[in-house]
Design a protein around this ligand. Structure first.
Ligand SMILES: [Zn+2]
Length: 260
């Protein structure tokens, strides 16, 4: 039985040795595949190096909406296009819109421009997309519809909207990744949609170093905690842990087009 952490990040200023240790600890916890999700032109190169030198480590490249403050299409898009040709780069992301931080966030127009350009790059290169949508469902969905074909593969990461938004995403070619929030006492809204996601659309993530599951809240999260998250999801979905691991790993490999 092995797990796939479909969305994780290295901590800020992580050395290659620290990254090595995090991957080792994950492997010992049976998390043998993981995807380092890109957030900026600064973190993508390290992710690319680590993915190139570790079996089972993949990466996505992209500019997160909260990293869009200095977005310049002329610099960013050629860089991303170049990185996409590396063999362990399996998606564009995480990209999207984030309306959570009113004052400090990059202006909506700049977030939208970065998102739109990256969706178009995904369409042009036929690359799966990892979506970050926080308090921004309507506009996010609109931009996806406007810039991608209806059957384009999308991962809605850390899904936190309601059943209505879930239904709309389900009409597209989407998968949904759930993280440690499923263990939070107050997150009944997250567990509500978790119970509605079809089994062939469900994958696991940590979103480390954020969102450590209970009982590790307040500590830095890491991919080694996937089994804790998986146990809670298996319980909510009334599946055995083995069955959940098997189907979420198969879904992730299919989505990222990983042949083993
Ligand atoms: Zn993330």
């Amino acid at each position: 039985m092995t797990y796939f952490d479909t969305h994780t990040h290295l901590p800020d200023d992580c050395t290659d040795e620290q990254a090595e240790a995090l991957i080792d600890e994950a492997t010992k916890a049976q998390v043998t595949e993981l995807l380092l999700a890109g957030t900026s032109l600064r973190d993508c190169p390290q992710n690319l190096n680590i993915a190139a030198s570790h079996e089972g480590v993949f990466t996505s490249v992209g500019i997160h909406p909260l990293e869009a403050q200095d977005y310049d299409a002329e610099v960013a898009i050629p860089k991303l296009r170049e990185w996409l040709s590396a063999p362990h780069v399996v998606a564009i992301g995480e990209v999207g819109l984030d309306n959570h931080y009113e004052d400090s966030a990059p202006p909506p127009a700049l977030q939208e421009q970065a998102f739109r350009d990256q969706l178009r790059l995904a369409a042009e290169t036929n690359t799966p997309v990892v979506i970050h949508s926080r308090e921004a469902f309507d506009r996010c969905y609109e931009l996806v519809r406007e810039n991608l074909p209806a059957d384009h593969p999308l991962q809605v990461h850390s899904f936190a909207d309601g059943p209505e938004e879930l239904d709309k995403w389900l009409k597209l070619n989407t998968i949904f990744s759930y993280n440690g929030m499923v263990t939070f006492k107050k997150a009944e809204n997250i567990r509500e949609t978790l119970r509605l996601v079809p089994f062939d659309r469900l994958v696991l993530e940590t979103d480390a170093p954020y969102l450590a599951p209970v009982p590790f809240r307040g500590q830095p999260n890491a991919s080694k905690h996937i089994p804790v998250i998986a146990r809670r999801i298996a319980e909510e979905r009334q599946l055995s842990l083995e069955e959940l691991a098997r189907l979420t790993t198969a879904n992730a490999r299919r989505f990222f087009r990983i042949e083993i």
